[in-house]
Design a protein around this ligand. Structure first.
Ligand code: PLP
Length: 494
């Protein structure tokens, strides 16, 4: 077998000379700076049809490498037109997150270090930065000392870990005995509102709990969990020998950004000794500042919390925090392996993240977080978050003042739900709003979201990019109203 020779292997990374590394590294950073400077000039939506990119790429892998300059030219020629630009000021769909310069630098450096942060010994900086950044987070959010956790890739993983930890609280020895084939287990129950994110359902399925284990609690007219309905559901389940063990409250739901009434839910959880997981993937950011933190009252009592840095906190994906109130619950999945973290080799008090986290190899995401926290500081982050909420408030005001638009939900966070209101009763408003959104896509005007509220098709703006200006929002909403009127005229004429 022939391995790499001295001719083919060049420093510094074994695949490229130092001179080339510098040249292309600088070129790429310049390229990125230009990308952001000119992003507004790019069409926000990918300019291709399904399959177009694949058709332009060779069907089989290259046998010999190509020059880096050719590959970078291909990024411009092939990849950029196939991108929908999430950091574009006309991108308002899903969680319209934009990244941040410190976050990008952190990604670059962590790719260079490429440490796999499972053991302290293999990655002291990563292990300790993860502890420090999460503790800084805890302090910035005003949470109790002692809350600690992990940086995971996504809130989906955090919520699954939270439900697994909660399940151990029922003392049915599920860790040791499992669930399959056991006749002694009652139906275990988790409660979440009918607006909770699908990752809660998926966590339940993955954990081997039956889908029936998740009871969806109705919401009030503002899409917040109905606390009275929760209390009634728990009582009813107990009467039917179903075993409640966990409630998931959402602060910032995906569809409308509603915030569950956490203080009332905390009371119910305390009364029934249930674990409270707060899915703060989206809304947790409000705790960074003082202006809106009252909306999240009660969150500090959670047993566990997930919060995404790749949503309102401008980190390049992935980056999500999982915090547990009582570190003893990390034992839920605590394991030692002879080849990795043998029990008797573990130094007293030295944390090996692999022992209690779901992941073995883990990214050095704490680096980008640490760089971002240092570069921006809590105050700037809080101001950026406030700014997105002000943009949403402004958008809502513009919609309220527009005779052709209806504000469907007042924004709790940075999400605005609205619709175009046809003036002719015979026009199907649902169809028209769906077509209107498509029209904005087709004409490259903007990428906006959609959702159904009370069975009505709605348009949705998520205003998470702090570089967006109020004038851009006004222009977009005027364009939506104008195009809606035009479409209505066209449809009426048919
Ligand atoms: N929870 C809420 C409220 C969400 O809106 C989302 C994602 O959109 C998630 C959880 C899942 O987040 P992630 O993509 O980080 O798994």
């Amino acid at each position: 077998m022939s391995g790499p020779t001295r001719d083919t292997v060049a420093p510094p990374t074994g695949d490229m000379s130092a001179a080339e590394f510098r040249r292309f590294g600088h070129e790429i950073v310049d390229w990125i700076a230009n990308y952001f400077e000119h992003i507004e000039e790019l069409p926000v939506l990918a300019q291709i049809e399904p399959g177009d990119l694949k058709a332009q790429l060779p069907a089989s892998p290259p046998e010999a490498g190509e020059p880096m300059a050719t590959i970078l030219a291909d990024v411009d020629r092939l990849i950029v037109p196939a991108l929908t630009h999430w950091s574009h000021p006309s991108f308002f769909a899903y969680f319209a997150t934009s990244t941040s310069a410190p976050g990008i630098f952190g990604e670059l450096l962590s790719a260079a270090f490429d440490v796999k942060s499972m053991l302290w010994r293999t990655s002291p900086a990563s292990t300790e930065l993860e502890e420090v950044t999460l503790d800084w987070l805890r302090q910035m959010l005003g949470l109790d000392a002692g809350m600690s956790g992990f940086i995971y890739d996504t809130a989906s993983v955090s919520s699954m870990h939270a439900i697994a930890a909660a399940r151990e609280g029922v003392e049915l020895r599920i860790r040791e005995e499992g669930m399959s084939g056991r006749k002694d287990l009652p139906l275990l129950r988790v409660y979440a509102s009918e607006q909770a994110h699908s990752s809660i359902d998926k966590g339940i399925i993955t954990l081997g709990l039956r889908q029936r284990s998740l009871r969806k609690i109705p919401t009030d007219k503002e899409f917040r969990m109905d606390a009275k309905a929760l209390a009634d559901a728990i009582d009813e389940d107990k009467r039917n020998r179903i075993l409640p063990f966990c409630v998931v409250a959402t602060v910032g739901t995906t569809s409308t950004s509603s915030i569950d009434p956490v203080p009332a839910i905390v009371e119910i959880c305390e009364q029934h000794k249930l674990w409270l997981h707060v899915d703060a993937a989206y809304g947790g950011a409000l705790l960074f500042g003082n202006r809106f933190r009252d909306k999240l009252r009660g969150v500090e009592a959670a047993d566990s919390l997930s919060i995404d840095f790749h949503k309102l906190l401008w980190q390049p994906i992935p980056c999500s925090a999982f915090l547990l109130r009582d570190a003893r619950h990390f034992d839920t999945i605590k394991l030692h392996a002879d080849y990795l973290n043998p029990e008797n080799h573990e130094d007293e008090g030295i944390p090996n993240l692999v022992t209690t986290s779901l992941l073995t190899s883990r990214r050095f995401d704490a680096l980008k977080l640490w760089i971002s926290f240092q570069a921006l500081g809590r105050a700037k982050l809080a101001a950026m978050i406030d700014c997105t909420i002000e943009l949403a408030t402004h958008a809502a005001e513009v919609i309220r003042n527009s005779p052709r638009l209806e504000l469907v939900c007042a924004p709790e966070l940075s999400t605005v739900i609205f619709r175009f209101v046809p003036s002719h009763a015979e026009i199907d408003a649902n169809r028209l709003n769906a077509a209107l959104r498509q029209h904005l896509f087709d004409h490259g005007i903007a990428v906006i979201g959609h959702t159904r509220v009370h069975n009505r098709q709605c348009l949705k703006l998520t205003l998470m990019n702090p570089t967006v200006r109020e004038e851009q929002i006004q222009l977009l909403l005027r364009t939506v109203a104008d195009h809606g009127e035009q479409m209505e005229r066209d449809w009426s004429a048919v």
